[in-house]
Ligand binder design. Structure first.
Ligand code: LLP
Length: 445
């Protein structure tokens, strides 16, 4: 645990993140609470950015995949670090723009962008749209024409690389709602189609092979397939590849079953991709494309922990011991969705040995509302502060109000000091949009 970049155990035996004592954070802000270490986020953004600079003559841009964690402050950090962002909805686009993020460094994704989202993107002057349907190309073309512009687009293609990850997050196999397959010829057809459109400017391709992947070879293979495809399109359609977007997907350290990669270690992944692009370009006689990368989880995942307070404890002899916390699937639905594994730590007794195997349960009315199953902990008691590690990605962004629980607030730690970046929800916030039609209103006698 001590080897983790963001965490340490202080003299009081308390867990610290980014120099802030988790027990103090829990006292000050309450639980459940998402906590983010700004230094780690910046270090990860800088690692990718500087690797492109050093090994690819700065001929590219790192895009933070903001689906992993989206709020105004994160777009400010990405802007200050001089990287771009990837958004997948009008809501993410709106948040980025509200934060003052420069539109030209925003790339828009989605397998079914709505008409109004395309309109909003064009109105904002967004850098590039990654198109994933014929109908989208038509809409972008028509909207661009109305505005008298040519909109840059990429096409999402599917290199058919099988990555070793949870099936639910595997997005580049042939049976996928994402992309057009290279192998069955559909990627070629849509390339030819996009090239006929006057108000779209086809810059190149995008691929994303999945998420939480550690095998470098899967990424390299995807690059090779995309470059081979680009070479084939040059020959067949005289298409010039200007931009290649390699998506995200690098894995992070959730539990000791995962690889432990220090921030600098991610540079090696990018270097492997860069060298695959370079060698394919020289083999096929292609110009080096402008390179984009879209890491989400690896930038924000290990930067975050969630703090809970232990409540009810239920020991079912010979079956399981449940430690219930004041959060659950409403702040972290990843066990319920993917049986994801996490590492919990008692933040107020982080120096104690683990002595028992327990399961961490949430407070929702749902048996599957679990955070971690069969994990080692010291003997937990009601009132202990439980920290769940590596919850920075796809936790807050996937949180919900199930059972009308309040989505926890987020705080950002900078040099040991924490402040809100997402304020606590109130019950009023939860019920804000409820309407009681006149005929159902409570009659006063
Ligand atoms: N680019 C595209 C087009 C993507 O679809 C994704 C993730 C990324 C970039 C960022 O990938 P990352 O570096 O974060 O792995 N909710 C799931 C993860 C879904 C990821 C979807 N796409 C989870 O909680 O594991």
């Amino acid at each position: 645990m001590n080897e983790r970049e963001t965490l340490k155990i202080n003299q009081l035996g308390h867990l610290e993140i980014g120099g802030a004592d988790c027990v103090e954070l829990a006292q000050k802000f309450g639980t459940p609470l998402y906590v983010f270490d700004e230094a780690y986020i910046r270090k990860m953004m800088a690692t990718y950015r500087d690797t492109l600079k050093k090994h690819y003559e700065d001929n590219g841009l790192v895009l933070y995949a903001s689906k992993a964690f989206s709020c105004k402050a994160i777009y400010r950090i990405a802007d200050e670090e001089n990287i771009g962002v990837d958004v997948v909805s009008g809501g993410e686009l709106y948040t980025a723009l509200q934060a003052g993020f420069p539109a030209e460094r925003i790339y828009m994704h989605g397998n079914n962008k709505l008409d109004y989202e395309i309109g909003e993107a064009l109105d904002a002057g967004i850098g590039c749209i990654v198109a994933d349907a014929y109908s989208e190309i038509d809409k972008i073309d028509a909207e661009a024409k109305k505005r008298g512009i040519r909109q840059k687009i990429l096409l999402r293609i599917n290199p058919g690389v099988e990555a070793h990850t949870h099936a639910f997050v595997q997005t580049a196999t042939t049976d996928s709602k994402f992309g057009f397959s290279i192998s069955d010829g559909t990627a070629e057809k849509i390339t030819a189609y996009a090239m006929t459109k006057e108000n779209v400017c086809l810059e190149g391709y995008h691929c994303h092979i999945g998420s939480q992947i550690f095998e470098k070879q899967s990424f390299v293979l995807a690059v090779e397939k995309c470059m081979d495809f680009a070479a084939a399109m040059k020959e067949k359609l005289s298409f010039t590849l200007k931009t290649l977007n390699l998506g995200g997907g690098f894995g992070i350290w959730y539990t000791d079953e995962d690889r432990k990669i220090p921030p600098e270690g991610y540079a090696e992944y990018l270097e492997a991709l860069i060298s695959a692009v370079k060698s394919k370009a020289s083999e096929k006689g292609l110009e080096l494309p402008y390179l984009l990368l879209e890491p989400g989880r690896s930038i924000i995942g290990e930067a975050g922990v969630t703090l809970y307070t232990v409540g009810a404890i239920k020991d079912i002899p010979g079956v399981k011991k449940y430690i219930a916390v004041d959060g659950g699937m409403f702040d972290n639905p990843r066990y319920a969705l993917y049986q994801s594994k996490y590492t919990p730590i008692l933040a107020n007794r982080a120096d104690e040995e683990n002595t028992e195997i327990v399961s961490i349960a949430g407070k929702c009315c749902e048996s599957g509302d679990l955070i971690a199953v069969n994990v080692a902990l010291p003997k937990a008691e009601s009132g202990d502060i439980l920290a769940v590690l590596s919850t920075g990605a796809y936790n807050y962004s996937m949180a919900m109000n199930y059972n009308r629980n309040k989505i926890p607030p987020c705080v950002l730690v900078n040099e040991g000091q924490a402040e809100y970046i997402v304020r606590p929800q109130s019950y009023e916030d939860i019920a804000r949009n409820d309407v009681v039609p006149q005929r159902l209103q409570k009659k006063t006698k």
